[in-house]
Design a protein around this ligand. Sequence first.
Ligand code: FES
Length: 80
Amino acid sequence: MYVCHCAVVTDRDVLESIANGAQCVADVARQTGAGRTCGNCISSLRDLVCQHCPVRAERGAVEARELEAEVELGVAGATR
Ligand code: FES
């Protein structure tokens, strides 16, 4: 499926870019050329990076564990 029509970049191209180390939309843009013309594909690029980047996934898992720990300790929401 085409993600960026301007640069003719597919979701497979984006996933390959992530597999090659891209960790953000800017990395994907540098590697594939996507997102540099009209910008209409940026949200799709962001979604793919967020869903498939292992670094981001690990960061999200750590944040989720920290939030769970805060909830268990009764810290979360204490300042709300
Ligand atoms: S659709 Fe990606 S820059 Fe235009």
